[in-house]
Structures are given as C-alpha cells and as structure tokens.
Design a protein around this ligand. Structure first.
Ligand code: ADE
Length: 427
C-alpha cells in the first residue's frame, strides 16, 4: 500500500475469547457508567471450541477513524462503552515494533492512530448467550495485545467490565469470580480466577437454545428498574449473595456437586424472582421456555434429582430465554440429553447434526445416532406410568453440549485473521 509516496502498512492481531455463564448472578449496578455491580458474581467459562468470539484488530497509518464490523456488518463505535474501553487501552499502550515489516509505533503515537476491529460470534448475538461478554472481552484482549499493553488480566478485566459487566469474567478460563469492589473509581471491581478449567472438567453443560430472537428487555434498563423498584434486590445483594459466594467458592474448591447444584438453582430462581419483583415486572422466559421451565426444568430435573437421592443436574437461566443445564459427569450428561431429546424432539426434517451441536460424544454416549432414535426414546424412569407425558416438538431450536473451557488466546495463524492484511478491511 502506498499513499502520497508514504509507505503504508497494516499490523493486526487476532484473538479468541470464551463466553461465560453465571452460577451466582450479576444483577444490578451501583454505578452505571463505570459498570460497578451491587454484588459479587461467579461464573463458569464455557469451552471456546463451542461458543466463542473471534476478533481481529488492526492498526495502520492509512486508517482515518476507528471502525468496527460485527458479524459482517459495520457498527458504530460511538457508544460510551466502546469509547471507555478504547480510551483506557490507548492510555496504557506502549512502543510496538514489527521488525519484519520495518514498522515502529511509539507509545506517544497511539493517541493519533486508528484501529479497525472485525468480530464474529459463533452463536446468536443478543439471544441471552452472553455474546457481549465474549465480544467485549475479546475486543479488550486483542487490542491490548496489538497495543502492547503490559497490565495483567485483572486490569484488563476492569477495562472489559466498562464495556459489558460480565465481560470481565471472560478474561479467565475455568471458574471465575467478579469481585464487586468498594472503590468509587472501580479500580478494585475486577475478575479473579477461582480454579482453572481442568480443576472440575467432569462437568458437562448442555444449553437448550430456545430462540435466537433479540431479547425484549435490555439488561441495562432491566437492572436499572430493578435497583430502583425492587425491595427484594437489596436483601439479595446485601444478605443472600455474600453467603452464597462463600458457599459456592467452597463447593467449587471441593468439587461438591450437591452443594454446587443447590446454590446454582437457588440463585437462578432468585434472580428471576428479583426480575419479577421489578416494576414493571421483567419476564425473561417467553411462552415456550416458560413451559420448559415449569415442565422440564423445575419439575423434571427436581423430580429426577429427588428420584436419585442426590442432585444429578443443576439448572440456570440468564437474562434470556435459554436454559443452561449442568450435569455432574459425562454419564449423567448422556442421561440428561436423552431426557431433553425425549421432551423436546426436533421438527421433522431436522438434521441431528444441527440439532445437537458442540461435544458430539455426549450424543454417542446417549446412544443416539439418527433422528429416528429420538422418536423411539422411552419416557424417563422417574415419570409416572399412569400420567401421559407430553413431548414438545420443535420448542427448542437446538442444543449445545459443552463444558468448562479456557480463557482468551491469541490466534497466530494468519489464515484465522478476519482482516485483509493489505487493505485493513474485513476479509
Ligand atoms: N456484542 C455482541 N457481540 C459482540 C462482539 N463480538 N464484539 C463486541 N460487542 C459485541
């Protein structure tokens, strides 16, 4: 590239970042612009092999302004959240040198350099699968690499937090706590890793994607309404969550599934109770998933857990209609998937490979090789033979089988870059 006789160049970095699912929920801010929460939260980072954001970022003297493309469409970067992240990163940028390209960017020059950001989520954006968590974590992580930001992951987590609260937890793999912090400037509101993904890799996570529709209430306005109107949320933040955080850390440390499951289900239920206690009330489950919750999750899972005498599966629902089920081990996951497929068979003509995605070995362990095998599944043993069981065909769009996963990584293979190295535009 040559412009006005000045040799130009493009320098790029690509990274991949996981999403996460909270088992002790974040709901409610004490500072809206800095995104400071009213309670600590704990999450599991999900395997990026199945759910992740990939982001390429580039810098070039030929770029005239900061630009971003998300899932193939150019989007505006003018929002305060993006601007906060960009400002925080630029202020920490350092000298960068690419000897091969013969390029040097001095620390002081970053204020005048522009970036291009190209990002893809491999799962539905805004369907309640925490795409902004993976997205903002990836944006911050990849720009930090490009700009040679030397701060550790906890500082990066505090920057990502200013883009999207739960993004701070996606800076680490495994089991992660977002400490609410006390400082007014938010400097101590950071994520820390409680244990890495190998610590408890027996866990299998199955997500029932109910709909990929955009969620109806934005989390930001929902949280604001809750903090302003719910009497329950203060009790939750001050009394309930602090105790649960201690118990959950202990359950994770000891891989104590019964305690983990009891806390996870109770916290999800309280989060939805708080949403309902908001004026106007927030309903995060559309009709389909309401049926799912009432019929399958609350009654079936609870019944199954009681039938076995000890919890087999935990359930948790975020601010969207999808169900997340966490089973204690692979054997239980196969039994769970059989039950899920029994209650929620696919529409006719659906291909099994697109109905159950992610870790296919769970499907094999469940003994399901073809769609017809779902038709002939027997009702679970804990069902009452005298009561007819209903099967909700087509109510679930698809299932994702996954587990705890690693934190962000840089992808070094040029072919994985989403940016054309000559033009600096999306490939
Ligand atoms: N919001 C949802 N997905 C995102 C992404 N990949 N990057 C930035 N913001 C997002």
């Amino acid at each position: 590239m040559e412009e006005d006789g000045v040799k130009s160049w493009v320098m790029a970095v690509t990274a991949q970042t996981p999403t996460n699912i909270a088992v002790i929920k974040y709901w409610g801010k004490r500072d809206e612009s800095l995104i400071l929460p009213i309670n600590d939260s704990i999450s599991i980072t999900l395997d990026p092999a199945h759910l992740c954001t990939t982001t390429s970022v580039a810098v070039s003297p030929s770029f005239t302004h900061d630009r971003m493309w998300l899932n193939g469409k150019e989007i505006s970067l003018s929002g305060g959240r993006f601007q906060n992240c960009l400002r925080e990163l630029r202020s920490r940028a350092n000298d960068v040198e690419d000897v091969e390209k013969g390029v040097k960017i001095a620390k002081k020059d970053w204020d005048n350099m522009h970036v291009h950001i190209v990002s893809y989520n491999n799962f539905p954006t805004a369907a309640g699968l925490a795409s902004s968590a993976a997205g903002l974590a990836c944006l911050v992580f990849s720009l930090a690499k490009l700009m040679n930001v030397k701060e550790d992951h906890s500082t990066l987590s505090a920057i990502a937090r200013q883009g999207s609260g739960s993004a701070c937890r996606s800076l680490y793999g495994g089991f992660v706590k977002w400490i609410m912090g006390k400082e007014e400037n938010g400097s101590d509101s950071i994520a820390v890793q409680l244990a890495d993904e190998k610590h408890w890799d027996d866990l299998v996570i199955i997500i029932a994607v109910v709909s990929s529709r955009q969620k109806e209430t934005s989390s930001t306005s929902g949280m604001r309404d809750t903090v302003e109107t719910s009497a329950l949320v203060e009790h939750r933040a001050k009394v309930v969550v602090p105790k649960r955080i201690i118990q959950m850390e202990e359950a994770i440390k000891n891989r104590d599934f019964p305690a983990f499951a009891a806390l996870t289900c109770a916290d999800s239920n309280q989060f939805h109770a708080v949403a309902l206690d908001t004026c106007p009330p927030i309903f995060y489950m559309n009709d389909t998933s309401h049926r799912q919750v009432l019929f399958l999750i609350i009654s079936r899972v609870e019944k199954w857990n009681r039938f076995e005498g000890t919890p087999q599966v935990a359930y948790t629902f975020d601010a969207g209609p999808n169900a997340v089920l966490i089973s204690r081990d692979r054997k239980t996951a196969a039994l769970l998937l059989q039950r899920l497929l029994f209650y929620f068979p696919p529409q006719s003509e659906t291909d099994l490979n697109s109905y159950v995605i992610g870790d296919k070995t769970i499907l094999q362990d469940a003994g399901i090789q073809k769609v017809d095998d779902i038709e002939t599944l027997a009702p679970p043993p804990e069902t009452n033979a005298n009561i007819p069981v209903h099967r909700y065909k087509g109510d679930v769009s698809y299932f994702i089988c996954t587990g705890p996963g690693r934190g962000p990584v840089v992808l070094t293979d040029e072919n994985q870059s989403l940016i054309d190295p000559k033009t600096g535009l999306p490939k």
